[in-house]
Design a protein around this ligand. Structure first.
Ligand code: AMP
Length: 193
C-alpha cells in the first residue's frame, strides 16, 4: 500500500506518518527529515538545502525530487510519503516516477487543524526539538506557502477521489486510531469498485 499524508506544518503529520509506517510495515519517506539529517551531518547536500529551510522557503524541486525517486525505487513493498509533493511540478514528477516503477497511490490523508492550534504546536515543538524553522515569522511563511502552493496539490488528488480530510486535533493515539479507521474504510470501498 502506498499513502500520502498532507497537512500544514504543526498538524502532527510526521508523528502520524511514523505510526502508520509501523502499523502497516511501510517505508516512511519524509523529505523534511531527510533534509534535517543531511544538515546535521553537515554534508554537501545539507549545505545546499540549509538556507531554504531556515527561511521557511521550499527547497528547489530538483533536490527534493532526487530524494523521492531514490526512495520509491528502493521501497516497492509500500511507503508513506510525508511532506511531498508540495507543489504541482512535484506532482508531475511523482506521476512519472510512479509510472516508471509501476506503482500507484492508494490513499491520501489530509490532516487539518485551526491556524492558531498549528502555531501553538509549532512553538511548543521548538522547545523540545529546537528546529530552526519553528520561529514565529518563519512559521507564518511556511503556513502561507502551504496555502499558496500545496492547496492546489490537494485539489488535484481530490479530483482523483483519493482524499479524505481528517481532523488532526486530539491526542496522538486518538488521531492515529481515527486515521487507521479511515484507511480501512477507504480501502474496503476501493476493493468493491
Ligand atoms: P517538513 O518537515 O515537511 O515540515 O519540511 C521542513 C522544510 O523542508 C520545509 O519547510 C521546506 O523548507 C523543506 N521541504 C520539505 N519537503 C519539501 C518539498 N516537498 N518541497 C520543497 N521543500 C521541502
Amino acid at each position: 500500500m502506498n499513502l500520502i499524508i498532507f497537512g500544514p506544518q504543526g498538524v502532527g503529520k510526521g508523528t502520524q506518518a511514523k505510526l502508520l509506517a509501523e502499523h502497516y510495515g511501510l517505508k516512511h519517506i519524509s523529505t523534511g527529515e531527510a533534509f534535517r539529517q543531511s544538515i546535521s551531518e553537515n554534508n554537501e547536500f545539507g549545505k545546499k538545502v540549509e538556507q531554504y529551510i531556515k527561511q521557511g522557503e521550499f527547497v528547489p524541486d530538483e533536490l527534493v525530487n532526487a530524494i523521492v525517486a531514490k526512495e520509491l525505487a528502493e521501497n516497492s513493498q509500500g511507503w508513506i510519503l510525508d511532506g511531498y509533493p508540495r507543489n504541482l511540478p512535484q506532482v508531475e514528477y511523482l506521476n512519472k516516477a510512479l509510472e516508471k516503477f509501476g506503482q500507484k497511490i492508494n490513499f491520501v490523508i489530509v490532516l487539518s487543524a485551526p491556524h492558531q492550534v498549528l502555531k501553538e504546536r509549532m512553538l511548543s515543538r521548538k522547545e523540545i526539538e529546537n528546529r530552526s524553522d519553528d520561529v514565529e515569522k518563519i512559521i507564518e511563511r511556511r503556513l502561507q506557502l502551504f496555502s499558496e502552493k500545496t492547496k492546489p496539490v490537494l485539489d488535484y488528488y481530490n479530483k482523483l477521489k483519493l482524499v479524505r480530510v481528517l481532523n488532526g486535533v486530539g491526542s496522538i493515539e486518538e488521531v492515529n486510531k481515527y486515521i487507521i479507521h479511515n484507511i480501512e474504510d477507504f480501502l474496503k470501498n476501493e476493493n468493491m469498485v
